[in-house]
Ligand binder design. Structure first.
Ligand SMILES: *Cc1c(COP(=O)(O)O)cnc(C)c1O
Length: 344
């Protein structure tokens, strides 16, 4: 076999959800957009539903359809992008709950699906999605009369606890929602960690469930092992890979492993990462190619059958740091080529 294995530890996923749930006294939902942060939305959503999650969130209506197909009737599936043109039948048939972002969306929803559930998304300063205060003032009464299920907003800087934006958005959210008897939600993973002022009635963690920062206590959920295709001996002075970026300083043994940037192992991670044979680190050498990576196994003393790149210690955040990005991007870049194994 020459494809890498992506192992997804569903019990670690569930423990991460429970650990985040334990940080508040309110209800804890789960964000499963982007195919469950790249880990496979059907399996991820089912494991979380079994653990007791009753409110799921996705970015797009089509993603909501996939979650409904995986879960069947019952759990609430909320859609951040709201009610877009062309979404009406999916929202109706799959019992999805759009988070309405604008006056246009509100009119589309109440006219095409009168009586169907919806939530409202407010902009409290991020300027990405949601109603501005003036739009909200015009629609508040309709939202109350039509029994909106949720009012939500999103924090721009929750991964920086000291950032003044957090308190500013909190105040704006309270200001826009005070006196209403509709459940409220402000916090994703980062907001949960800011403490109880930020929790309201429902939290919406995503990345922390999947083992990523800013939830420092998260257990890793994704692990990647890559088969060794070939090993060879090099003399001092020989080079490895595109553009000859690595030159052997000594007689060396080099392994070529079967994954690359097409598998989300970003080229920019470059030589700052290692791959592991058990606990022994072997340096990545030369450029990461589309489908292959070179590894210096000289000090290993044997030719391994496979090497691990995403491990308990070399987490998505470590890979992200090496590539100058965030764990979210590593997870959602993993791609379709892996052999996937789900551990429960
Ligand atoms: C992605 C997203 C979340 C989850 O965020 P994490 O940082 O992954 O926990 C919650 N709410 C909204 C609106 C989002 O877009």
């Amino acid at each position: 076999m020459s494809t890498a294995t992506l192992s997804i530890d569903l019990s670690a996923l569930v423990r991460n959800w429970r650990a985040l749930d334990a940080k508040s006294t309110c209800e804890t939902g789960a964000v499963v957009k982007a195919d469950g942060y790249g880990l496979g939305v059907a399996r991820v959503a089912r494991a979380l539903a079994q653990a007791g999650v009753r409110k799921f969130f996705v970015a797009a209506t089509e993603e909501g359809v996939a979650v409904r197909q995986a879960l069947g009737p019952g759990p609430e599936i909320n859609v951040f992008s709201g009610h877009m043109p062309g979404d009406t039948d999916m929202i109706h048939d799959m019992q999805l709950t759009p988070m309405i972002n604008s006056i246009d969306q509100m009119l589309r929803h109440v006219e095409s699906l009168p009586g169907a559930p919806f939530g409202v998304q407010l902009d409290t300063g991020m300027n990405r999605l949601g109603m501005e205060p003036a739009e909200w003032a015009a629609l508040r009464e309709i939202a109350v009369q039509q029994n909106a299920t949720l009012i939500m907003s999103h924090l721009a800087c929750a991964d920086e606890p000291e950032h003044a934006m957090n308190a500013q958005q909190l105040a704006q959210f309270k200001d826009m929602t005070s006196g209403l008897n509709i459940p409220r939600s402000l916090s994703a993973t980062g907001g949960i960690l800011l403490g109880k002022d930020y929790h309201f009635d429902l939290t919406r963690p995503g990345v922390g469930l999947y083992g990523g920062a800013p939830f420092a206590d998260a257990e890793p959920v994704a692990h990647v092992s890559i088969p060794v295709i070939q090993c060879r001996d090099l003399e001092a002075g020989e080079t490895v890979g595109y553009s000859n970026t690595w030159t052997a300083a000594r007689p060396s043994r080099v392994a070529t492993i079967a994954a690359g940037y097409a598998d989300g192992l970003l080229r920019a991670m470059g030589p700052d990462i290692s791959v592991y044979h058990g606990s022994e680190a072997c340096p990545v050498i030369g450029r990461i190619s589309m489908d292959m990576i070179g590894v210096d196994i000289t000090d290993l003393g044997e030719d391994p059958r496979e090497l691990d790149i995403l491990t308990e210690d070399q987490t998505v955040d470590v890979l992200a740091e090496a590539a100058g990005t965030i764990g979210y991007e590593i997870l959602t870049s993993l791609g379709a080529r892996y052999q996937r194994r789900y551990l429960s």
